[in-house]
Design a protein around this ligand. Structure first.
Ligand code: AMP
Ligand code: ZN
Ligand code: FE
Ligand code: FE
Length: 284
């Protein structure tokens, strides 16, 4: 059996609704999936209902924007109680940071000769609780400034590009505590993609795994075979969970990010659900 534990819908920067995503999961032959939109749990009810109707396994998740030493790190929280006040308040703060960044990005892009209105961006984020750079990229594509999201990130919106604007993210250790306080299981997403390689060396990952972090997303399209091997060894040292996921965004990300590109095995799926259940989280 195979499970994909990291996917996005139109509630953040994926291009398919939760129900459309469930249709894809069913057609792909996967046995179950987790919806992990950025900084929002608003799509989970729709995903749960559609998964149940389709007879597909489902885990509720969220991909939390966090930071270590100013570097962006994504934390997957599985099975969190959406009504948990401390977690809900902090996710709200992160989404506020996203909302405030959009006009600042548009000002920069205007200065670079690519004017756009907030309404144009909003048109591509119609259902999104968490607005992000991919929605700005979509508006740039519509204006003909770039061909696709990839070009928008590579030339303008990526972390070291001229249209980049920073935003608020929760300190990683605080985010792990919030996920666990809400009954959830904390797994670092694509630990070694982009700047994560600098922010999370093995010494820091060991310290986190000894101090409350439950697992690592080992198999991810951004990780090389050698990185996966090292991350697997680190997780095994601590008896931590090892997941694999595609980080599917529909048509919003292309090469290598197809649904089921990386997967999680049944034993890990069962262990995750048991851990959530034992913490009073939402196990499905
Ligand atoms: P933001 O959440 O606004 O900081 O934007 C970062 C998000 O954009 C990441 O979490 C990815 O989901 C997405 N992303 C990053 N690089 C690309 C890319 N080259 N093409 C499309 N989406 C991307
Ligand atoms: Zn995304
Ligand atoms: Fe991510
Ligand atoms: Fe993601």
């Amino acid at each position: 059996m195979a499970f994909d534990l990291h996917t996005h819908s139109t509630f953040s920067d994926g291009t398919e609704t939760p129900a459309e995503l469930v249709g894809r999961v069913a057609a792909s032959g996967l046995d179950g999936f987790a919806l992990t939109d950025h900084d929002s749990m608003d799509g989970l009810a729709q995903a749960r209902a559609a998964a149940s109707a389709a007879g597909i396994g489902f885990l509720p998740g969220v991909e939390f924007s966090t930071e270590v030493g100013g570097e962006s790190i994504h934390l997957l929280g599985y099975g969190c109680r959406a009504e948990d006040a401390p977690l809900a308040e902090e996710l709200h703060r992160v989404r506020n940071g996203r909302d405030h960044r959009t006009p600042a990005m548009l000002a920069k892009l205007a200065g670079l000769g690519m004017p756009l209105t907030e309404d144009e961006v909003a048109a591509f984020a119609a259902n999104a609780s968490a607005i992000g750079r991919p929605h700005v990229a979509d508006a740039m594509v519509a204006r003909g400034y770039v061909r696709d999201r990839d070009e928008a990130f590579a030339r303008w919106l990526g972390d070291d590009r001229p249209g980049y604007v920073d935003r608020y993210a929760t300190p990683l250790r605080e985010a792990i505590a919030l996920v666990r306080g809400a009954g959830g299981v904390a797994v670092i997403a694509h630990a070694w993609s982009r700047r994560g390689r600098h922010a999370l060396p093995p010494r820091v990952l060991r310290e986190l795994l000894s101090g409350g972090l439950d697992g690592l997303e080992v198999d991810h399209p951004d990780h090389t075979p050698s990185e996966r091997r090292q991350l697997r060894e680190l997780a095994q040292e601590h008896g931590a969970l090892m997941t694999g996921s595609s980080d599917y965004h529909g048509t919003g990300k292309k090469e290598g990010f197809g649904l089921g590109a990386c997967t999680t095995d049944e034993a890990t799926w069962v262990a995750l659900r048991e851990l959530m259940g034992s913490r009073g989280g939402v196990a499905g």
